[in-house]
Design a protein. Sequence first.
Lengths: 286, 186
Amino acid sequence: MLAGPLAVPGSAAHDGSVPAELRVAFQRFLAIKLFGGLHLAWRWHTPEGLAVQILAAAGSVAMCFRRTAQLGVFIWFNLIGLQLVRTWPYTLNHFILEELILLVLLAFPVRFEAESGREPLQELQLLWVTLLSVWFFAGVQKIGHGHYLNGESMALPLLAGDGSLGRGLRMGLSRIHSLLGAAQLVSGGAALDLVARIYCVGLSWLVIIAEVGLPLLALVPRTRRAATLGLGLAQCSVGLLSGEIDFAILGLGLIGLGSARHISARYALLSCAALFFALLPAALRF
Amino acid sequence: MSFRRCYLALLLLWPPLHLALSRAGYFSAWRFGGWGMYATPYPTPAQHPIAVLLDLREQPEQREPARRVQISDAGADVTDWLGRFAGLSFYALGGELSRIDLGAGAANTLAETCQAVRQLDRERHLLDLGRFVEGRLEQLVTPRHQLYLSLGTRYADALSGRYGIDREVFACCARLEHVSAVPSVR
């Protein structure tokens, strides 16, 4: 059994049942998430699009059952690969991340019983490290590009955003203004502008600190569970605030994969996230 | 085990290298798996409109407002399509020109080039776009003119227009990206 900094939180079972059950739950979650994403991205009213949709549906269904899981992963690996080729060189990072996760699932054949001499956690560990890497380097990139350091990332939607993020930021700032105004702490345009600046820069830095700090804390055994919970909650809040619901549901999946104390709770969380994903395309059509 | 090591090495080494390359302007932070989504603004046509200005004035010092020019692709009006999907608008100053037919397939080429302008090596692709338009204009024997290109954001307009806030108040928002030595349409 693997331990140490790369261990998946709560993975202390010695009979291999935890990774086996988690793998099933994670794979079902991923199958439905992938299908929901591609369903929205690839229109089905052309012959090519219809063929992709049918293959995607077959791959997702296959990924949900133990006997056909590897076939489903293989189908999806090829479909996402096709998407990478189609959109190259403008391929979004999201597709590359999904392809990497499928590569890990493909590289380790499906086995649902612990085998002697095999480390049953290695596959889930790689998935876990992948997620931590995405969070950590997303924060590092935000520092490197400066768009978050100067608060521009929040200021742009605050001033001109039509989406829920812009509306939420404006509502938050107006609340702060009214609170400070009522307390007579600030007066005059210049002071209010300073508050707005601090608001934008503070929120941006909070995002950076969470993205860089929490994955590092998740590597420390004592803080692993709390950090994972923090990552999941942060992802849920950002997703809900920005209106990107699938991002929030991914947060639920992250909590499910990493932080819940009991295997049944993790399984339930992953299943809930998968159910949300299954309903999302239908909900967006209405 | 070797797969695992290679995979971990990829996860650890590629993102920092990606950061260095994307900062140097070789590609967008949103591409190629460096996990830089949202590290830079997403380059949508609505956020980064591209304008082509044909200056047909005989006396350049004469001040007059720019007017919108209709663009056709083999007879079909594609002005709105280019505006919505490529964020591209054509304007003219002076002269009588109000409609240009850029020939078959021009709309798709323009849309693809505009996408490249927002994603990768901006200056080079913006000049490619200019050369493409100039080539078509030469075939049409357009009167003597100067061609200007501009890539910008609408956020600066939004500051003063929608919320009545001076652009200088939020200096960080006024992030206009123009090709060097090419004047802006606005």
